[in-house]
Ligand binder design. Structure first.
Ligand SMILES: Nc1ncnc2c1ncn2[C@@H]1O[C@H](COP(=O)(O)OP(=O)(O)O)[C@@H](O)[C@H]1O
Ligand SMILES: [Mg+2]
Length: 411
């Protein structure tokens, strides 16, 4: 990187690139509190317009490659194929990409709020919002589903690089070497011990990887902090949703996007458990600040809206819902690994999260019931009836998602 940006030099940079000028009126720049270790995020006010300037920090990340190039490529796809015009409404407009300095500039949407923050601050879970997200995501997947021209476009690689394959996100914990002892604290080693003990877990992830079928454009980082909703969502006819942070987007498996989103919702519940060695897990569930029942209507609204808007996916994969649940489990495991890496800890709450993740991955059919409160066929049948799709034949055998001794309120 040749030019490290800051709130002091960003305006000069934008002026040099002709993205703003002193004639715009008030010029102001500040660092967003949301700047993470991945990127530096600067908000620039230039008269009446606002720009978000992102610069990549040089950190190494495992897993899905996060590149501004991908976000830029998605933007180019929308420009190249005007027929995808509807999709441009779901992502903020990109103004500029500077590959050499790892800088991306896009419009800042001041009327929108980050969904994760909205849920945290308002502590309400209106189903209209989840419905809008489900329909929006289905719109992205459906519009690009099995379209070879879009797939070919998305296989472009940055200059001087090659893209042999699209990244398969169904990856378990990598092989564990003695170096791990120096990298993670003793408490966190328990995660690896438990993970290795559950053989069924590794084989479920291997199956998920084997059956991974990239068939449409996927966002690949669809957590609540990457979704914006209009601040007047409840006053507008259409609850407007925008998806941001397209750095990981590629040709992928739509079940992965829904699974990531589901895991992000489940995180609200799991992070609200009061877990302590002096408290029984059953009690923790009772003490949850946000019990699963509170977010369950949103989860159901999300999946129903998605399937209603994109019923063909059930034709393509009759086990779609099961794979969504499995990907949600995998995302929770990735989150635990991220926590261990960044915060060097693995506590009882994480052990519980691992248990839930394991159940989502290894007994997904039964987990559908626990997560959505109704069975797979109850979710799929109305869609199948409406769209005359073949219905799943499997009888549901209901097994608890939780530890045998625990009981979730309302179950
Ligand atoms: N176009 C936008 N309009 C409003 N807020 C935005 C916009 N883009 C990003 N933000 C805010 O900046 C934060 C970081 O943006 P994001 O693209 O997700 O970067 P990062 O890669 O650092 O996660 C988001 O969580 C959101 O709160
Ligand atoms: Mg983000």
């Amino acid at each position: 990187m040749l030019l490290p940006l800051s709130s002091h030099n960003v305006i000069q940079y934008l002026q040099d690139e002709c993205l703003c000028s002193s004639e715009d009126g008030l010029l102001d720049a500040s660092e967003l509190p949301e700047s993470g270790k991945k990127n530096l995020n600067l908000l620039v006010i230039a008269g009446n317009s606002k720009l978000l300037v992102k610069q990549k920090r040089s950190v190494e990340r495992d897993g899905i490659p996060h590149e501004f190039f991908n976000e830029w490529l998605f933007h180019q796809l929308l420009q190249q194929f005007p027929v995808l015009g509807n999709l441009s409404a779901i992502a903020p407009l990109i103004q500029h990409f500077d590959e050499e300095n790892s800088i991306l500039v896009r419009n800042y949407l001041s009327e929108y709020v980050e969904l994760g923050k909205f849920y945290r601050h308002q502590d309400i879970f209106p189903t209209e919002i989840a419905t809008a997200i489900g329909a929006t995501l289905a719109g992205l997947h459906r519009a690009t589903f099995q379209r070879r021209e879009y797939r070919d476009f998305m296989s472009a690689a940055p200059e001087g690089e090659f893209r042999y394959n699209f990244y398969n996100p169904a990856q378990g914990v990598g092989s564990i070497s003695p170096e791990i002892f120096g990298m993670v604290p003793t408490d966190a080693l328990k995660f690896y011990v438990l993970y290795q003990r559950y053989e069924s877990l590794e084989s479920a992830i291997a199956d998920l990887a084997y059956e991974w079928q990239p068939c449409c454009l996927t966002h690949n980082d669809l957590k609540l902090s990457n979704i914006l909703i209009h601040s007047r969502w409840n006053k507008l006819d259409n609850c407007l949703v925008r998806l941001i942070d397209w750095e990981a987007c590629s040709w992928g498996d739509p079940a992965f996007d829904l699974g990531t989103l589901l895991a992000s919702y489940l995180g609200i519940w799991l992070k609200s458990l009061v877990v302590d060695s002096s408290i029984e897990l059953e009690e923790s569930l009772h003490l949850a600040m946000t019990p699963l029942e509170v977010i369950q209507p949103s989860l159901l609204a999300l999946i129903r809206a998605y399937l209603n808007a994109f019923p063909m996916i059930l034709d393509y994969r009759s086990d779609f819902l099961v794979r969504v649940i499995q990907f949600a489990g995998l995302t929770l495991i990735n989150q635990i690994q991220e926590t261990i890496k960044c915060h060097k800890c693995f506590d009882n709450a994480d052990i519980y999260m691992l248990q839930v993740a394991k159940n989502l991955l290894t007994i997904p059919e039964q987990s559908v019931m626990s997560i959505f409160g109704i069975s797979e066929s109850e979710i799929v049948s109305p869609v199948a009836k409406l769209h005359q799709l073949p219905q799943p034949e499997k009888e549901q055998q209901l097994v608890r998602l939780y530890y045998e001794k625990t009981r979730l309120r309302g179950c």
